[in-house]
Design a protein around this ligand. Structure first.
Ligand code: C5P
Length: 317
């Protein structure tokens, strides 16, 4: 019996399971402000959801269990309460006053600890899938509130598209920008820890090596260029205050940025806290060409040609 759900019309499969997808994100612009008393940094960012998706499937069961296949399975991605999907299930169950009963499976394409909000995508997909499975009938607003408690990027993983993020990233102003942009993602062999990169930024600032006024500045130009183009203009406005600390921790990323530009990208930056390098290209053909060149050069562990904007977490058809 299908349930109405915030993720769209309910789609419960013959075996009783529900699947939801959620996208990776790129921070096309990320300006990091001061460290707050709660340990987070005030920031202004332009999020773009791109066409690299994880899926979360939920089945009826007694108690919670979690399995993972794909990127990071058996390694970086935990299958217990350390996983944001597990935490999402417990949070939604508490909020709705139901038992946290589900067998959960994550099929990952988004690399872990890569600056692409893979864990946040999984948490957002879990909220949407479990809302349908449990028939908890949350509104999008309910889910957004739960998402913000799970992590700074989870609300954006829920809405997708293009959005301006403020606060610690969880306060969103969705943009109507729908112009397609094409990107190539170059994923490094090992990940970077987000708190470590923020701490390195604080260290660089305290040492006077990264002046507050030398940062990414206001995102207005990037939002306008995302909406109206041309891509060559957008390329000039790409900016990320976490790039300097990511490069300090991982000097090898300089070669990644150079390889991206050398393979034809109009502009390149580290996505979020890295280490993924995102390169803006003209169109899908250019993305395929740049991706092929990067694979041939062996510049990254993984290369993906993607485009944005794409929708946030939603039930699979
Ligand atoms: O919100 P999330 O759990 O993804 O954040 C992970 C860590 O990244 C935080 O504990 C904090 O160290 C750092 N962070 C930050 N400022 C933000 C977002 C994250 O310092 N706006």
């Amino acid at each position: 019996m299908p349930h109405a759900t915030a993720g769209g019309p309910g789609r419960i499969h013959g075996d009783g399971s529900v699947t939801a997808h959620a996208p990776a994100k790129i921070n096309v612009h990320l300006a990091v402000g001061p460290l707050r008393a709660d340990g987070f940094h005030e920031l202004i960012t332009v999020y773009l959801a791109v066409s690299l998706l994880d899926s979360v499937t939920a089945w009826p069961d007694d108690g919670l269990s979690l399995t993972v296949t794909g990127e990071g399975a058996g390694g970086d991605v935990p299958t217990d309460s350390r996983n944001l999907v597990w935490q999402a299930a417990e949070l939604l169950a508490r909020h709705a006053g139901v038992r946290a009963d589900a067998a959960l499976h994550i099929d990952k394409s988004i690399p872990a600890a890569a600056g692409l909000a893979g864990g946040s995508a999984d948490a957002a997909a879990a909220l949407v899938a479990l809302d349908a499975l449990w028939g908890t009938r949350c509104t999008r607003g309910d889910l957004a509130g739960l998402a913000a408690r799970l992590g700074s990027d989870v609300p954006f993983s829920l809405v997708g598209g293009v959005a301006l993020g403020t606060g610690r990233g969880e306060q969103l102003s969705p943009s109507l920008s729908r112009r397609r942009t094409d990107w190539v993602l170059g994923v490094a062999g090992t990940g970077l820890s987000t708190p470590t990169v923020y701490r390195e930024l604080d260290r660089l600032r305290a040492a006077g090596r990264f002046a507050a006024d030398a940062g990414a500045g206001q995102p207005d130009d990037v939002l306008t260029a995302l909406r109206d183009g041309p891509d060559a203009t957008l390329a000039g406005f790409l900016a990320n205050d976490l790039q300097a600390p990511a490069l300090e921790l991982r000097p090898d990323l300089r070669a990644g940025l150079a390889a991206m530009s050398g393979a034809g990208a109009l502009g390149a930056l580290v996505s979020g806290s890295g280490p993924t390098v995102a390169g803006l290209v003209e169109d899908a053909d250019a993305a395929a060409g740049t991706a092929d060149a990067l694979v041939a050069a062996g510049a990254f562990r993984l290369v993906h040609a993607v485009h944005g904007p794409v929708p946030g977490a939603r039930l699979a058809g």
